[in-house]
Design a protein around this ligand. Sequence first.
Ligand code: CA
Length: 249
Amino acid sequence: MNFRTESTPKRLLLVEDDPRISDFVSRGLRAEGYSVEVVATGREGLLLAQDGGFNLIILDIGLPDINGQQIVERLRSERKVMPILMLTARDALNDKLLGLRAGADDYMTKPFSFDELLARIEALLRRTDMDYQVDTTELRAYDLVLDRESHDVRRAGQLIDLTPKEFNLLEFILQSKGKVLSRTRILEHVWGYSNDPLTNVVDVYIRQLRKKVDDGHRVKLIKTVRGFGYKLDESDELFPEGFSHDDAT
Ligand code: CA
């Protein structure tokens, strides 16, 4: 056997309000093996970037709500260190300067070729690779450990056998620990499409994952948030309903 061992895909966040551009860029990057999350507003982009877990952010400077430059300033003031590549309109020299001054690492002027964008992204990722390996290898919640390098998942030390999709789903909810994720967001992120109201694929996979991860354990990590979606949470419900902390002591 002589195939290359695939490492965990790098996670990229693309904040771009022009669907033609976000479509073309995200398709290309996914074909290159990247995991890409796409949002079209500055507000969503900022929230996701603040959550962390991205290896790089591609940020359009002209967004309908918060502009890209303000987002960079905010992230840098919060000491977020992931590389940021800005997309600017043609000839908007001022934008570039403002973006770079605000703390972006590089910029590209629209229209750009996909190959050039890819080359810039790869260069930025190489520069920061070392910093990121340390904190992205293991994800933990309570006694659950997911290793992004080896793809081993353990609960209370016991190895859990997951399918690739189950692994991706668990990785996604685990890296968003404590946050409610809508079915749409899970669908977009894990399955790569956003609108398929006819299937309940997310619910089906969550049920499977629960069987493997939570069944037989007192602490249930995968929670349903009625009317919203799911979250993985270790912080509360350490005791079953009707069972107080006092009873346990
Ligand atoms: Ca724009």
